[in-house]
Design a protein around this ligand. Structure first.
Ligand code: PGA
Length: 257
């Protein structure tokens, strides 16, 4: 059987609502093929979330096409309350979200999100019936000090501490070395495989019931995709820059089949 490949598109803060809808329509026409081993999801900006989700839902009507799912780039850990400017997990769920990104390196490093906040969010995601996409990865300094595994282990243990996953509940973990995100410098695929295997083994101990999926992220392009998805413990990719344009995403989708 062909391996199922996860292709996750993180549109970050690249597109406004109109641009997102235009691109979503093109994605739905081009990539939502029924007989495909690809599981595709898009993480649009918050303002475009509902509109993009509706585009994909509309295209999947009648079972003619496989649905492209959507996820949120970030959400607050509380369900409701006085948190000006925030969006909750149930709000995203009601708008059709399947996934929530948590612990993305841009949130950790640019917005100073702590391991504790990542844990709070992960707990809320798993309790709200959504699928977490937990991002972990070492900084350049940690890599150069030979501490990649150590850094990732600290993040994983903190994020999953005491969280109960029911049998077969999905947990997606993206290994995204901080120095590879948005830099054009991808990780050595053999190292990515070694880290994916390490993450898989550790997470299987920490949340033994969970159905684990491991992704690689960090400067993935059409021409380097295969190097990652052909690795034994890598089930797909989380892509930023190259996912927000039709031509670069098309190269990725083509090379994944
Ligand atoms: P990039 O981003 O593909 O632009 O490196 C990856 C990510 O942010 O997940």
């Amino acid at each position: 059987m062909q391996k199922e490949i996860f292709l996750f598109a993180n549109w970050k803060m690249y597109l406004n609502e109109k641009e997102s809808v235009v691109l979503a329509k093109k994605f739905a026409q081009k990539f939502a093929k029924k007989k495909s081993n690809i599981k595709m999801a898009v993480f649009p900006g918050a303002l475009a979330f509902s509109a993009v989700t509706k585009v994909f839902k509309g295209h999947a009507k009648g079972g003619q096409r496989k649905k492209i799912s959507t996820g949120a780039q970030n959400a607050h850990c509380e369900d409701k309350g006085g948190f000006t400017g925030e969006i909750s997990m149930p709000m995203y769920k009601a708008a059709g979200a399947k996934y929530i990104l948590v612990g993305h390196s841009e949130r950790r490093h640019l917005f100073h999100e702590t391991n504790h906040e990542v844990w709070q969010k992960l707990k809320a995601i798993s309790e709200d019936g959504l699928i977490p996409v937990l991002c972990v990865g070492e900084t350049l300094k940690e890599k150069e000090a030979g501490k990649s595994k150590e850094a990732v282990e600290i993040q994983l243990r903190a994020a999953l501490n005491g969280i109960k996953f029911s049998k077969n509940q999905k947990l997606i973990i993206a290994y995204e070395p901080v120095w590879a995100v948005g830099t054009g410098k991808h990780c050595d695929p053999a190292v990515a495989q070694m880290m994916a295997e390490f993450i898989n083994k550790l997470a299987a101990i920490l949340v033994s019931q969970a159905d684990l999926v491991i992704l690689y992220g960090g400067s993935v392009r059409g021409d380097n995709l295969k190097l990652f998805i052909d690795q034994k413990n890598i089930d797909g990719v989380l892509v930023g820059g190259a996912s927000a344009k039709l031509d670069t995403w098309a190269k990725i989708a083509q090379n994944a089949t």
